[in-house]
Design a protein around this ligand. Structure first.
Ligand code: PLP
Length: 445
């Protein structure tokens, strides 16, 4: 469910027509719905009310400070993967004591900051990391709360680049080794063994992989709880969302297809998993990213050219793979719709960006309404792993971001000024004294 829908011919986000935002703020433009973010958080929160729990929003999916603040105000915790994300969360008003710190490569300075800010738990990915955290905690005269990430070797049935819970992946510690690792960790004086964590992958669209992983891990969690007094078990994130027919989500036909296609909803997730988790008698952590932010955002783009070749109808738009890399990176599908609804003929089209890469494409041969230069399109479900993965490739400025709340819309990140892209670059001193000219010979002395 989300808050993007046509009212008459115009596509709206909550009470705001998206074409007015496109005209006022320019494109490419990310637009987020505050109501959708809130609704998704609350739906999950309510669904798992039968266990003591903490939802830690995965900051990596969307780290805009207004998005984080929206969630912080709802009582969300945060799943962070860098010192930078911790600082963002704090800037946004989030509580470090509701933060869990994941990632395979935490640096000494990141660990130190996280210890000083007294985060809830380090989700530890290796034994050398446990030793490093213990050493830094001893130096700071602190006790570090830790959970080890178990790799349960369960295939999540998702894209290989977002599968994390098999032994082919760099994440976590193999299931068979966990008890030995806890035994050794329990002898490290400056650690507190607070929990156990897992995360098997992203965009998982059925409950079954979670079910299999939880069933495998629960006996282990109970043994560790009895031995070391664990306080929590984190099931990680990974709940998938609807990308196809995303615009229709919420209407009767969509709900029917959700039911018949066994698509994951918070209710189904909770109904199947809570009976397995309740007997643990532990606090359950969840780390959803995409589920909360994915359908809460769109990327608006303008058609610059329509280029017809003998074989293809290319809609060349002003957004590119540097703005939204998911299609290029994962062959991901984003529904593409016009901001002004068009009736009538459709044409098989490739929506492509201006970057000099053949991979800079948002779809191939998709039947889309006939649009022309100056028309606006929305790439749906772009709220997760969209703006956060943007780059300055081709010296393209980062897009602006807008948050909508009812009839209000505010800019929550300015469009980057092109000059800012090279603001930190320097001309090497020996290059300064020469005018750039191919006729001048180079002087190296
Ligand atoms: C440890 C961990 N937790 C949570 C998430 C969030 O995943 P998702 O956005 O699929 O919910 C990720 C994503 O990579 C992750 O690595």
């Amino acid at each position: 469910m989300h808050d993007f829908r046509y009212v008459g011919k115009k596509l709206y986000c909550e009470g705001v027509a998206l074409d007015t935002l496109a005209r006022k703020f320019g494109t490419p433009l990310y637009v987020y719905s505050q109501h959708t973010l809130t609704d998704h958080f609350q739906k999950l929160d309510r669904a798992v009310a039968g266990v003591e729990h903490l939802i830690c929003f995965a900051v990596k999916s969307n780290s805009n400070r207004s998005v984080l603040r929206t969630l912080a105000l709802l009582g969300s915790g945060f799943d962070i993967v860098s010192g930078g994300e911790l600082q963002r969360v704090i800037e946004a008003g989030g509580d470090p004591q509701r933060c869990v710190f994941a990632g395979v490569g935490k640096t000494e300075s990141e660990i130190e900051i996280a210890l000083r800010k007294a985060i809830y738990s380090f989700n530890v990915e290796s034994e050398p990391e446990l030793e490093r955290i213990n050493r830094i905690a001893a130096r700071l005269k602190k006790i570090a709360p830790v959970a080890v990430r178990v790799n349960p070797d369960i295939a999540a049935g998702t894209h290989k680049k977002i599968t994390t819970g098999t032994y082919e992946n760099k994440f976590g510690i193999p299931f068979e080794n966990i008890e030995g690792v806890y035994a050794r960790a329990s002898r490290l004086k400056n650690l507190r063994l607070r929990g156990l964590q897992m995360h098997i992958g992203s965009q998982i669209t059925t409950v079954d992989p979670f079910d299999r992983a939880v069933r495998k891990v629960v006996p282990l969690v109970l043994r560790l709880k009895n031995k070391y007094g664990l306080e929590f078990f984190s099931i990680g994130g990974g709940s998938g969302i609807v990308y196809q027919h995303a615009l229709a989500s919420g209407d009767a036909a969509w709900w029917k297809s959700v039911q018949s296609n066994n698509i994951l909803t918070p209710r189904k997730y909770a109904a199947q998993l809570l009976p397995l988790l309740q007997p643990l008698g532990l606090r359950i952590l969840m780390e959803p990213g995409r589920f909360i932010s994915g359908n809460a955002g769109v990327l608006i783009t303008r058609v610059e050219y329509v280029k017809r070749t003998g074989r293809k109808n290319f809609l060349i738009v002003d957004a590119a793979m540097n703005d939204l890399i998911r299609p290029a990176l994962y062959e991901a599908y984003h529904e593409i719709v016009p901001l002004l609804r068009k009736n009538g003929a459709r044409a098989e089209s490739d929506v492509v960006g201006p970057i000099c890469e053949s991979g800079d494409s948002f779809c191939h041969d998709r039947p889309l309404p006939k649009v022309g230069e100056g028309d606006y399109l929305a790439l749906m479900s772009a709220g997760a792993y969209g703006s956060v993965m943007a780059s300055n490739y081709n010296t393209r400025a980062l897009a602006a971001e807008i948050l909508v709340n009812g009839r209000q819309a505010a800019i929550v990140r300015d469009r980057q000024a092109v000059k800012k892209i090279w603001a930190g670059e320097k001309t090497a001193p020996w290059l300064k004294q020469h005018r750039a000219s191919r006729h001048q010979s180079s002087v190296t002395s």
